[in-house]
Design a protein around this ligand. Structure first.
Ligand SMILES: Cc1ncc(COP(=O)(O)O)c(C=O)c1O
Length: 442
């Protein structure tokens, strides 16, 4: 492995920027709507707004609310507006974090400290969640020393409430559920889980990282959206990512709590450091002012009217795509997704090969396993691609129908193999090696 070192002399700004621009030429071009994940695209005007708002606070550091009171003002106003969107009241509080993973990590940490205070006899606290919960939960449990117990989902890919109930024991402190789930875009039965959480005195966290900025606006628009927020009494905390369907750049999410007594368990305070008393609300020390400013800016720029318009456009596009996919012989939608995220599968076609064919036609689409499916996250900007995508999908499906399953290559081989590997330890070793090889200089 060769090493490169710091250049002896700098180069001009023009050259640096020209290098950066040219690096991008090999990346996915998300502007044209040919990607169905990673980026949430609401159009150029929104993009420009985020850029300018971010740049205005690019270097400010929210670590110090005393140095930058304007960031504190924006963060507290932002949390208050977001709380109101999710059935919160004057008691609801929260923090801005760097993303969904940090928000979930913070909620699990708060639940752990809450349980330590109330039930100190528990040695290894347990959290129960359906298998479709985002891996950020496994990460949080791993980092924080909790045992995560994963339960099956029902035929619509929603949490099986009975299965969750059955594994509650004297060490259980927390239940996790999603609105919407990443793999299939469905809302778990939050009402039922809330009732159990109340009865058993458990902490219920709703992971609305993905669906948070879509579901309330779809409900206002008349779509049938089940209860998923603080209007359900058993919900103690929620996570909601403005850097997904809030269309800001990466690095901004919110963790919300029903009241400040619950949130207090999230904070970290160290009083003996020679550098002074160190007290931070979240995991991060330094926090980017730009992320807070662009989140605040986006709520004001779009307003309810703008969010409603974008949510409707994304849902209508989703409905158009799902209808077209259902019409293609051999393909079906998994479950009954109520928002703008869904997956499709097939009992006749190898969907991993289908993804490879779509990639050849310039469409970037993620593969999933257990069961095999392709994943779609629909943005308002996908409005324009319904027809060309469905046309290419139909042709690709024809091309792979009846092909020999032994022919799988690339992604098909990877997912096919990982999904069917009976020994999960092997899959883990494979993934670790893959990461090691990926993150090294080539
Ligand atoms: C439901 C859900 N929760 C949590 C996360 C993690 O969010 P992040 O990648 O911002 O850490 C995601 C990401 O897609 C998600 O879909």
């Amino acid at each position: 492995m060769k090493q490169i070192s710091l250049p002896k002399k700098g180069i001009s700004k023009e050259e640096v920027l020209s290098n950066l621009r040219s690096f991008k030429s090999g990346d996915a071009d998300w502007h044209d709507g040919r990607m169905f994940g990673l980026i949430y695209n609401a159009g150029l005007d929104v993009e420009e707004m985020v850029k300018e708002a971010y740049a205005t606070y690019m270097f400010e550091n929210a670590l110090s609310p005393f140095a930058f009171p304007s960031l504190l003002k924006m963060e507290t106003e932002f949390i208050s507006m977001v709380s109101a969107l999710f059935g919160g009241d004057d008691e609801t509080v929260g923090s801005m974090t760097s993303g969904g993973t940090e928000s979930i990590l913070m909620a699990v940490k708060a639940a752990r400290e809450w349980a330590r205070a109330k039930r100190p006899e528990i040695k290894i606290p347990e959290l129960i969640a359906p298998i479709t919960i985002h891996p950020a939960w496994n990460k949080a449990a791993d980092f924080l020393g909790l045992k995560i117990v994963l339960t099956p989902v029902d035929e619509e890919f929603k949490a099986d409430v009975k299965a969750m109930q059955e594994v509650i024991n004297e060490n259980t402190i927390m239940l996790g559920a999603s609105a919407v789930t990443y793999p299939h875009g469905v809302v778990d039965p939050i009402n039922e889980l809330g009732a159990i959480a109340e009865e058993k005195n458990l902490w219920l966290h709703v992971d609305a990282c993905l669906g948070g900025y879509i579901l309330p606006f779809l409900r206002t628009s008349g779509y049938d959206i089940p209860p998923f927020d603080f209007s359900v009494p058993g919900v103690q905390s929620m996570s909601v990512d403005i850097h997904k369907y809030g269309y800001t750049s990466k690095g901004a999410s919110t963790v919300l709590y029903r009241n400040k007594e619950l949130r207090q368990h999230q904070f970290f305070v160290y009083t003996d450091w020679p550098g002074g008393v160190y007290a931070t609300p979240c995991l991060s020390g330094a926090r980017p002012g730009g992320a807070i400013a662009s989140a605040w800016a986006m709520l004001h720029y779009l307003g309810e009217e703008g969010f409603l318009k974008l949510a409707r456009a994304a849902r209508e596009t989703t409905l158009g795509l799902m209808e077209g996919i259902r019409r293609i012989p051999g393909l079906f939608i998994l479950g009954n997704p109520p928002a703008t995220v869904f997956a499709f599968g097939s009992n006749e076609i190898n969907v991993y090969k289908l993804a490879v064919k779509l990639k050849e036609r310039g469409w970037h689409i993620d593969s999933q396993h257990r069961p095999p499916s392709l994943h779609m996250t629909i943005s308002p900007a996908h409005e324009k691609i319904i027809e060309p995508f469905l046309k290419d999908l139909q042709e690709s499906a024809k091309e792979v129908s009846g092909t020999d399953s032994g022919e799988a290559s690339g992604m098909a081989a990877l997912y096919g193999m990982m999904g069917t590997m009976p020994d999960r330890k092997m899959a883990r070793t494979f993934a670790l090696q893959y990461l090691n090889d990926l993150y090294r200089l080539k």
